[in-house]
Design a binder for this molecule. Structure first.
Ligand SMILES: CC(C)(COP(=O)(O)OP(=O)(O)OC[C@H]1O[C@@H](n2cnc3c(N)ncnc32)[C@H](O)[C@@H]1OP(=O)(O)O)[C@@H](O)C(=O)NCCC(=O)NCCS
Length: 127
């Protein structure tokens, strides 16, 4: 697995992953994304050299995304790639590349808690 920096070409991918109902359910903001605001957000974020947005790829196929904000890490696995170890592998790779981070996880999100803990990150529960 490789982590590469996200670009504007990933806008649709990131939009679809973030708008997936399961992803929204476990996010702090559960509202549906609007394309134009998403593109605006991504454009602004990517203007920063150290934007912290990464795409995880296996054999050149995007399988998930990791976002680093100082000591925090957030992540999403592509819906069709879930429950086969991708989350844990992606977080292991992120730890190797960026060090140990804090993952804010809703208590009911068992998969996220397990993946983050096993990869060696710190889990902080949020409501
Ligand atoms: C949470 C997420 C990143 C986990 O990645 P994943 O690749 O699906 O999970 P893994 O295959 O690495 O599994 C990790 C552990 O969680 C378990 N697990 C996976 N999906 C599960 C589910 N829906 N319910 C309960 N446990 C689950 C796995 O069985 C595994 O535990 P085990 O080895 O004891 O069986 C991924 O499901 C996802 O992107 N979900 C939506 C967005 C999200 O939750 N982001 C994180 C916000 S904090």
């Amino acid at each position: 697995m490789e982590l590469r920096k996200a670009t504007m070409d990933d806008a649709k991918l990131l939009f679809d992953w973030r708008n997936d109902p399961e992803t929204r359910q476990v996010s702090r903001d559960t509202s549906e994304l609007v394309w134009d605001s998403h593109v605006g957000w991504l454009t602004r974020r990517l203007q920063c050299e150290d934007h912290g947005l990464y795409i995880a790829e296996v054999d050149g196929i995007p399988v998930g995304t990791v976002r680093i904000d100082r000591d925090e890490i957030s992540y999403t696995v592509a819906p069709e790639q879930r429950q086969k170890g991708v989350g844990e592998a992606m977080l292991v790779e992120a730890k190797r590349a960026f060090g140990q981070k804090v993952a804010e996880v809703k208590r009911e999100n068992i998969a996220s808690m397990k993946a983050a803990e096993r990869a060696g990150h710190i889990v902080k529960f949020v409501d």
